[in-house]
Write a protein that binds this ligand. Structure first.
Ligand code: GLV
Ligand code: MN
Length: 215
């Protein structure tokens, strides 16, 4: 019979793989060195002796994002590109603004779970589980409500209130990534062949071409 230590060791290894998000830091911090041309997973560390408070600082999240766009929402993402001290820390932040009727359209974060707090307004939010269930989990949020979007799952937020809405999200990666479904499918560069999309979505070719021209 396998020793309990072996079993525990295997369990620890399986857990660390199954629950992996951004790799854990091996030092207090590793501020992104913007001058380095070395390519690693994340960014090379700046000399810790040269690190300043401003490497951990961003000013301006009180300013609403520009919602003058066809979906009427704007995500302002504070990731490692905006705060270089986030490098290796596995966390980022977003401000999301919505006009009445504004939609943060169907998207996924390939590298992060998102936890959202609604500061102002009323949102309908939701995500869809993987195949084969494809279950829609949805909820109406009011001010002060908190909702979680699990990593990798397609989700949305829709402002169903009469005024503007404002939400703040934390994301479990320094670089969560945003894949907006419509842009990925109908706006790839170069185009996915319309014949592939006709087959995949069982849609008329003219509809596919129209969507490709929009995205
Ligand atoms: C940001 O990506 C969000 O869903 O709020
Ligand atoms: Mn999101």
């Amino acid at each position: 019979m396998a020793s309990p230590f072996l079993v525990l060791g295997l369990f620890a290894i399986i857990c660390s793989v199954a629950f992996a998000s951004d790799p854990s830091p091996l030092q207090d911090f590793c501020v992104k060195d913007s001058n380095s041309t070395v390519l690693v997973n994340g960014f090379v560390c700046k000399d810790p002796k040269l690190v300043q408070a401003d490497d951990f600082f961003y000013r301006g999240l009180d300013i609403p994002g520009n919602t003058s766009n066809p979906v009427g929402s704007r995500v302002t993402l504070i990731d490692v590109e905006r705060i270089s001290g986030l490098n290796t820390l596995g966390i980022s932040l977003a401000r999301v603004d919505y006009v009445p009727g504004g939609l943060n359209p169907l998207h996924t974060h390939p590298r992060a779970t998102e936890i959202m707090t609604l500061i102002q307004g009323t949102l309908q939010v939701g995500f869809v589980t993987s195949n084969p269930e494809n279950r829609l989990i949805t909820k109406v949020l009011h001010e002060g409500d908190v909702f979680v979007f699990p990593r990798g799952l397609i989700h949305f937020q829709w402002n169903i209130g009469h005024g503007n809405a404002l939400a703040i999200s934390s994301l479990s990666s320094q670089n969560p990534g945003i894949n907006t479904v419509a842009n990925v499918v109908f706006g790839s560069q170069p185009d996915i062949s319309a014949d592939i999309l006709v087959k995949a979505f069982q849609m008329d070719k003219n509809v596919v071409l129209d969507l490709q021209s929009k995205f």
